[in-house]
Design a protein around this ligand. Structure first.
Ligand code: SF4
Length: 283
């Protein structure tokens, strides 16, 4: 199976140290998820089952807010692997500091943006915009927002292209600034089908309903446990990508059918092979 998420190689020593730290934390978390079965809520059991199915998530190689924003913007509508290639090209050929990006020759920046898929000119502009914003509004250091209250930090992160509430919350979680249960679209789809939350009139409302539904399922330990929340995010993402797919969920291979609302409502049709998904959460 494909690797979970997009794991990028970080050039800076500080970031590498943090990544190593997160890797070892994820390792410890894997053991604790398995050993605490008796006291788990149903949501925690689902995450533990996903871990048994997919294995321990590999950590993202950066939790730096600016690098996560660049990673999001360096590619468009491409696979995780290609996004990673584009980010690595940016890191190796241009650099990840705002001043690196702004001093790069336009042709070289465009060349890197081409690795990330269609409309490279738009992406090169976005990378320059991100760099200018960090310099002009954050004195060149976006990490300062990690010390800010949630609402202020999210407002700051949403100034950047491609970053809405879910993206901002993911950055605050992965950087271990705030223990928010953040989801991306694949994980959200799986969670809604499992019965946590409802598909509502728009993505934001659906996202909030899933967060609300899970809130009571998080014990005080897991709410404050960044590593567990990051694991949950990565495992749900992988499940949404590999089995709980947008148009044709592969329910007959899924370890979660027993706890799944979508399977309960559709099992007859799905087990006869008439696979079809209800409309999925849209971004
Ligand atoms: S049973 Fe099907 S719909 Fe439910 S979580 Fe598994 S793959 Fe998704």
């Amino acid at each position: 199976m494909r690797a979970i998420g997009s794991y990028i190689k970080c050039a800076s020593a500080t970031c590498s140290e943090k990544s190593t730290d997160l890797a070892s934390s994820l390792s410890r978390s894997a053991s604790s998820l398995k050993s605490s079965h008796m006291s788990q809520t149903s949501f925690q059991k689902i995450i533990a089952q996903l871990e048994k199915t997919y294995g321990r998530p590999q950590p993202p190689q950066t939790s730096d807010p600016l690098e996560m924003i660049l990673f999001e913007n360096v590619a468009y509508l491409v696979s995780d692997e290609r996004r990673e290639r584009a980010f690595n090209a940016l890191r190796d050929q241009i650099g990840l500091k705002p001043t690196d990006i702004l001093s790069a020759a336009p042709d070289r920046l465009l060349e890197v943006a081409r690795v990330g898929g269609m409309r490279p000119e738009d992406r090169a502009d976005k990378l320059q915009f991100i760099a200018r914003t960090v310099l002009s509004e954050f004195q060149g250091d976006l990490r300062q927002i990690l010390k800010w209250p949630v609402a202020r930090a999210k407002k700051a992160l949403k100034k950047f292209p491609g970053i809405g509430d879910p993206g901002a919350e993911k950055i605050l979680l992965f950087s271990r600034a705030h223990p928010i249960f953040a989801l991306e679209s694949n994980g959200l789809r799986a969670l809604i089908r499992l019965g946590f939350g409802e598909e509502l009139k728009n993505y934001a409302a659906t996202y909030r309903s899933a967060q609300e539904a899970v809130k009571d399922q998080l014990t005080s330990d897991s709410v404050e446990d960044y590593v567990w929340l990051i694991c949950a995010h990565l495992l749900l993402r992988r499940h949404g990508q590999e089995l709980c797919k947008r148009t044709e969920p592969i329910c007959t291979s899924c370890p979660l059918t027993e706890n799944c609302r979508y399977w309960r409502d559709n099992s007859l049709r799905l087990s006869r092979g008439k696979i079809g998904a209800k409309p999925s959460p849209k971004k």
